[in-house]
Design a protein around this ligand. Structure first.
Ligand code: MN
Length: 233
């Protein structure tokens, strides 16, 4: 009995997920991962939708899908895995019913992330009206970089976001092309969920998404937030 009191868990508890914070040894602990769909008009159009007619929508990845290792293992059961370059927003606090004008007060920092997608499985799920997890929330499906604190980098609202594959430019856009800006995204999410410290938001991808293959080197950049290099294994 004494032993059980010291360790209340019946199995080893999962390792807490955390991301490096740029310029320090400290870590950012992750609670939830929200991802917005079709948030750049040109990408909505390339996916066959009219960006003017749609409210925002979100799906989730799992915290442990975030992976700052710099390697992306090609996932099983797909022949069409796509890159989606996105800015990541990390929250230091949260709540419900957050007003857009107050939303940036809840942001700890920003980073680079890839919303890797099993496009064939996502397309099948869409067609059948099924959830997207099988296409979106697989192991290591969100390669990412370190978090840059807002006190160092401010709150980026414009600036180039780009991704190249093996040196060839594939995705290019500007943060100012987001249909739903970061404050609006936080406000919208907080009307449906209780946001909290540790939540992160992937803010959508510009046009130019496309397939990756084993051995590819993905180079992503956002003005003011540096670079992210990911190798597909
Ligand atoms: Mn995405």
């Amino acid at each position: 009995m004494a032993l059980r009191k010291m360790n209340p868990y019946v199995i080893p508890p999962p390792t807490p997920v955390s991301l490096p914070v740029s310029g320090t040894d400290a870590r950012f602990p992750v609670r939830r991962v929200y991802c917005i769909g079709r948030n750049y008009a040109a990408h909505a159009v390339e996916m066959g939708h009219d960006p003017d007619c749609e409210p925002p929508f979100f799906f989730q990845k799992n915290p442990d899908n975030l992976d700052p290792s710099g390697n992306f293992p090609y996932p099983p059961r797909s022949r069409d895995v796509h890159h989606e370059a996105e800015m990541l927003v990390a929250l230091k606090s949260g709540g419900r019913g957050i007003a857009a004008r107050d939303a940036l007060d809840h942001v700890f920092g920003y980073g680079l992330a890839l919303d890797m997608t099993r496009r064939d499985l996502q397309a099948q799920a869409k067609k059948q009206g099924r959830p997207w997890e099988i296409g979106k929330a697989f192991e290591r499906s969100a390669p990412c970089g370190a978090i840059h604190p807002a006190e160092d980098v401010g709150h980026p609202a414009r600036g180039r976001i780009a991704l190249s594959v093996n040196g060839a430019l594939r995705q290019e856009g500007d943060l100012n092309q987001m249909i739903w800006k970061v404050p609006q995204m936080i406000a919208y999410l907080s009307d449906y969920f209780t946001l909290s410290a540790g939540d992160v938001i992937l803010t959508g991808t510009p046009s130019g998404v496309g397939p990756v293959g084993r051995g590819d080197v993905l180079e992503m950049s956002i003005d003011g937030l540096g670079h992210l290099t990911v190798r597909v294994d």
